[in-house]
Design a protein around this ligand. Structure first.
Ligand code: SDX
Length: 434
């Protein structure tokens, strides 16, 4: 057959089928196995989705071997250098860079959706003060469905856009209020004259007792962090949002599920885990090699947090960009900043790991989370807020994928099958016979 099919032969029966090869505009081709079960009676088995394309998408492209990342075709390096987070949000949501009046209209819409219903303030006070802000964010984002569900027809493009703008606009307020609640300070309301990132930092750090002085270095660093974390193809949390949304659940419920997935230390929770690891290395006095050896020990669950990636088998392009932001920020803060020892330890760990055969052979390079935690520390952002900020940044990515999935006329509920290896059929034994 032509080179747009592959032939699969079942050696047990001699039966074979032709499977179509689907070609994208970049990246590996895919074998369309949708008729495999019907025609040959087999499922495929790929529990970690190492070789499985779950969908078609036009949003983000990653080349793990080359260490490339592009949003709607634009390389992340160019967007980090020349764009802003609001403009990147527009690009991810609508597929094109905005003209000035389009960006202005988008910014106006986001600005005017940034407040939360006052009833949600009472929602926060139901949590203990030491509740992890991610636990609060999971709950509050899901609870937004209680405020907007009746205006949410997921098949109405206008309703979808309003819901997306509401979520993008409210995440900084939800995140900042989670922080304020955890430190017992009064909530700070968004200001319409401020830009997105400046508004977030002000809601995080302003207090009623004095005028808040914004720091342009922090604003630029935070805007870059948000750009770098905005989307990343079909990662665990984005796949969670797609699967949840495929049942036609509201985007509030789908994003709440995505936030829960991102929280894990193997995914978005890694930046918090990196700092915990660096602090343990410093305080234990056991030296870096002790931890490198533990990370290599198959019998030890310890892993070097911030290293490795399912897709990148080269340096994470975001890590390269964020490494420079990290150095520039700490240079700006001067040598007296309390995080210098943390950065020095991180740099030594990076150098040792990159020369160690175990990491080199497995292509385990520092990922984006390795440096973001240090930057947040330098900006006096508490560790339990690191993943909250990752979730804030990734909201636009989750929504872009949700909109792409739900607006696809061929969209169907996601329902994987399994390889069953439990008991075969057996009869019930009454209690007196067990
Ligand atoms: C993010 O998917 C995304 O795009 C995610 C993300 C995004 O933007 O959405 O990029 C954000 O989640 C980045 C990753 C953050 N997580 C961490 O930094 C946690 C530490 N990293 C590991 O848990 C791990 O590397 C993963 C989870 C990131 C990737 O796991 P994989 O692809 O399943 O790799 P693997 O577990 O199969 O590892 C392959 C080998 C194994 O050794 P062998 O069995 O071959 O002997 O590498 C080893 C692993 O033991 N290994 C590590 C390691 N990561 C993998 N060994 C020590 N330290 C590590 N960090």
């Amino acid at each position: 057959m032509g080179n747009d099919t592959v032939t699969l032969t079942d050696n047990a029966t001699g039966k074979h089928i032709e499977l179509p090869v689907l070609k994208g505009t970049d990246g590996p081709d895919t074998i369309d196995i949708r008729n495999l079960f019907k025609e040959l009676g087999y499922f495929t088995f790929d529990p970690g989705f190492m070789s499985t394309a779950s969908c078609e998408s036009k949003i983000t492209f990653i080349n793990g071997k080359q260490g490339e990342l592009r949003y709607r075709g634009y390389p992340i390096e160019q967007l980090a250098e020349q764009s802003s987070y609001p403009e990147v949000c527009y690009l991810l949501l609508y597929g094109e860079l905005p003209a000035p009046q389009q960006l202005e209209k988008y910014n106006q819409s986001i600005t005017h959706h940034s407040m939360l219903d006052e009833a949600i303030r009472r929602f926060y006070s139901g949590f203990r003060h030491d509740a992890h802000p991610m636990a609060i964010m999971v709950a509050v984002v899901g609870a937004l469905a209680a405020f907007y569900h009746d205006t949410m027809d997921v098949h109405d493009p206008v309703a979808r856009e309003i819901a997306a703008h509401r979520l993008i606009a409210k995440m900084p307020t939800i995140a900042a209020w989670s922080y304020k609640y955890s430190i017992g300070q009064p909530y700070v309301y968004p200001r319409n004259e401020l830009g997105y990132t400046a508004n977030f930092l002000r809601m995080m750090f302003a207090t009623p007792t004095e005028d808040y002085e914004s720091n342009p270095v922090y604003e630029r660093a935070m805007d870059l962090i948000l750009i770098l974390h905005a989307d990343h193809e079909q990662n665990a949390s984005t796949s969670t949002v797609r699967l949840t949304g495929s049942s036609e659940a509201s985007p509030f419920a789908a994003l709440s599920a995505g936030i829960g997935s991102l929280w894990g230390p193997a995914h978005g929770g890694a930046n918090e885990a990196v700092i915990n690891m660096l602090e343990e290395i410093i305080s234990s006095g056991k030296g870096l090699q002790h931890y490198i050896d533990r990370a290599k020990d198959k019998n030890d669950r310890f892993r070097l947090m911030g290293f490795g990636h399912r897709v990148y088998k080269n340096y994470d392009p975001r890590a390269k960009i964020i490494r420079k932001i990290c150095h520039d920020l700490l240079a700006e803060l001067g040598a007296n900043n309390p995080n210098q020892e943390l950065l020095d330890t991180a740099m030594k760990l990076e150098r040792i790991a990159l020369e160690d055969d175990y990491f080199v052979e497995r292509k385990l390079y520092p990922n984006v989370d390795f440096y973001s935690g240090i930057i947040f520390r330098a900006m006096n952002i508490p560790m339990n807020m690191f993943t909250v900020i990752f979730a804030l940044a990734r909201t636009v990515g989750w929504l872009s994928h949700w909109m792409e999935m739900i607006s696809d006329p061929e969209a169907r509920i996601g329902r994987p099958r399994q390889l069953y290896n439990g008991y075969q059929k057996r009869d019930y034994e009454s209690l007196d016979k067990r």
